[in-house]
Structure formats: C-alpha cells, structure tokens
Ligand binder design. Structure first.
Ligand SMILES: C[S@@+](CC[C@H](N)C(=O)[O-])C[C@H]1O[C@@H](n2cnc3c(N)ncnc32)[C@H](O)[C@@H]1O
Length: 338
C-alpha cells in the first residue's frame, strides 16, 4: 500500500494496524452488522434492556457501553493501543470504533453518535452508493488496469468495493479525503478487504492527486449541517456546493471513456431540483452523455425540521453518471487538398 500521508505520524500507523487487527478478530468471530440511520439507532438503543452491551454486535455495532469482562484481551488490547477505548462515568467501557459489514467484508468507522468534527462516516447512504457503483460496473466493466478514484472516501467502502468488483481488470485504486482520520480507517479497511495496492492522499477533493481516472466515484457530504461537520456539511444554500464542485472538477479528471459516478442528496423545493438546475449548464457545456435519477425520494426527513430547510419539501438521494466521450477530431481539408 502506498501512503502519501505523513509517514512520521506513528500514532496514525498504530491506529491503522489496530483497526486491521480488530477486523481480523471480529471476522474470525463471525461478526456481522448493518448500520442504520442515526434516528433508527437512537430508537433501538432506547429500548428496555439495551443500555449495556451483552454481545459483540452490541459493542461494535450498537456502540453500547460494556463491562470490562465482556471482551477478551484480543479485542481490548488493539482498542487500547489505538486510543479507541473510552471509559464511562459508570465504570463501563465503550468502543470508539464501529464495524459494519458489506457482504463478507467489514468496514471500520466511527462509533455512534458521530458527533466529532473528524468522525469517519458509514451509513445507509454508503450501502446505496456501493450498490450504484456495482450496478455501473456490471453495465460496463472497467478496462484492464483501469484507475479508480474515490473522492471523499470516508471508510473507503465505495472505492474498495469497486476495486473488488473490478478485480479481474487488476485496477489501480486511489482514495482521497480531507480528513486524515478517515484515511487511517480506509487504509485498514482496504488491507482487510485485500483489494490490492491503494494510494491514499489527504486534501481537498482532487487536489492531492494528479492524473486521470477511468472511474471516479464520490458520495460527498450533501447536507447543510448546523455543526458544519466534515462528513455532513456540503456547503452552499442546501449543502449542494461540494457535489457541484465534484462534477466541475471531476470532468477534467476523466480518462477517455472514463465515468464519473456521483451519489448525493438533492433538496427539492416546490417541485424543483436546484442541484440539477445548477449542474445542467456545466453538463451541457461539457457535452458528454449523462444520466441523473432519484434513488430514494425521501432521505434524512428529520433535517426538514431544521431552519436551514424551512423552504424544502424533501431531500432525495440521487445518482449522476457522466461518461467522457471526446468528439471525433474534425479535419478541415484545405480546398487545394480536397
Ligand atoms: C458523507 S461522507 C461519505 C464517505 C464515503 N464516501 C461513504 O460513502 O461512506 C463524506 C466524506 O467526504 C469527506 N470530505 C468532506 N469535504 C471534503 C473535501 N473538500 N475534500 C475531500 N473530502 C471531503 C468527509 O471527510 C467524509 O469522509
């Protein structure tokens, strides 16, 4: 694995190694967990008998506090080494990491509730995003040796599952995120998934890496988050600013015939889709074929109670796919040569 992060950051390497160890241990224990929305998570944890963890899924999925005797050293030691073991006022412990499964693969991400500024995201959006990528790769496989870039990779789930789905093409995978902690988690998740070498780079969208890609995938933050958390706040009036930048900057980074697969949220206002209205002129100016459709008409309904969404009627999960098609060179012959 090639890491372009600061190699001197040894606590970061300990974090990645510990996350990888824990994933291996959980896999051996047959652990599986599907992450739900924060609202559902809160409802389930509020049930009678759910205050203290009794199983591995309670600890590493539902993020419940647990008695120190519940876990063996094989789990406690990596948690402790990575600074992921928290103590509660009641003398119980809590894991600061969650593990969620996609098929047989486990992905480390931040424990519930994800309130920290540098929380590492994974949620129902991630499942829809991964499904969208898989569908695109089934419709049109990656060329041999194709380059995949996951921008704002978080846990790395999108890029890693894309690399696994395109394994026969021996793809080259790159993962970028503005959040260094996310890249530490993504490095562990990529190693655990055994998806081949991955290049990880920290920075703003496409800026940390050069070059062009055959498949660019992104599930950026798309909400107007009052707390402006990195994984949630998309900027702009409705949280659409990062998605718009990914389209504008991403089209420049597509290799010939390359595809951009953007999963994002679109705030609907009076039957209008302001995100699509903002994207359309750029897409039409670029001239490449594109498709845009709703994947789910109503996500994050609870956000509509926030003042920022006072004019919105719903938030939809949408998919935009753009494929680069260069116009054939127009050769104008001089009349004397015609
Ligand atoms: C909603 S999370 C999605 C994570 C992952 N793609 C997934 O599907 O689970 C958005 C991610 O974008 C990252 N991000 C936010 N602003 C960014 C920027 N300007 N450049 C790169 N990454 C950014 C966040 O740190 C976060 O990891």
């Amino acid at each position: 694995m090639v890491a372009t992060m600061n190699a001197a950051a040894s606590p970061g390497l300990v974090l990645t190694a510990s996350l990888l160890r824990l994933a291996g241990w959980l896999q051996g224990e047959g652990y599986r967990f599907t992450t739900v929305t924060p609202a559902t998570h809160a409802r389930i944890n509020a049930r009678a008998g759910a205050a203290v963890a009794r199983t591995l899924r309670d600890v590493f999925g539902w993020s419940r506090p647990f008695a120190p005797t519940l876990l063996p050293d094989a789990a406690l030691e990596p948690l402790r080494m990575a600074g992921l073991l928290l103590e509660t006022e009641e003398g119980l412990l809590r894991s600061a990491v969650r593990y969620s499964s996609i098929g047989q693969h486990l992905f480390a991400h931040s424990a519930y509730p994800t309130v920290e500024e540098d929380a590492v995201f994974f949620g129902p959006d991630t499942y829809r995003f991964v499904d969208l990528i898989a569908r695109e790769l089934r419709n049109q496989p990656l060329p041999a040796g194709g380059r995949i870039l996951d921008v704002g990779c978080g846990s790395g789930a999108g890029g890693i599952m894309a690399a696994l789905a395109a394994r026969d093409a021996a793809p080259r995978l790159a993962l970028t995120d503005i959040n260094e902690r996310a890249l530490r988690f993504a490095a562990a998740n990529a190693a655990h998934a055994n998806c081949g070498a991955a290049e990880l780079a920290q920075g703003d969208l496409f800026h940390p890496l050069d070059g062009q890609y055959d498949l660019i995938v992104a599930n950026p933050p798309y909400l107007n988050d009052g707390a402006q958390r990195l994984y949630r706040h998309g900027g702009g009036r409705w949280g659409e600013a990062l998605s718009a930048r990914i389209v504008q900057e991403g089209l420049e980074r597509l290799a010939p015939e390359g595809r951009l697969v953007l999963y994002t949220g679109a705030v609907m206002v009076d039957g209008r889709d302001p995100l699509l209205e903002a994207l359309r002129p750029h897409l039409e100016a670029a001239g490449h074929p594109w498709r845009y459709h709703e994947l789910d008409p109503d996500v994050f309904g609870e956000e509509l109670e926030e003042p920022a969404y006072a004019d919105a009627e719903r938030i939809a999960a949408v998919a935009l796919v753009v494929q680069r098609r260069d116009h054939p060179l127009q050769v104008h012959l001089h009349p004397a040569m015609a």
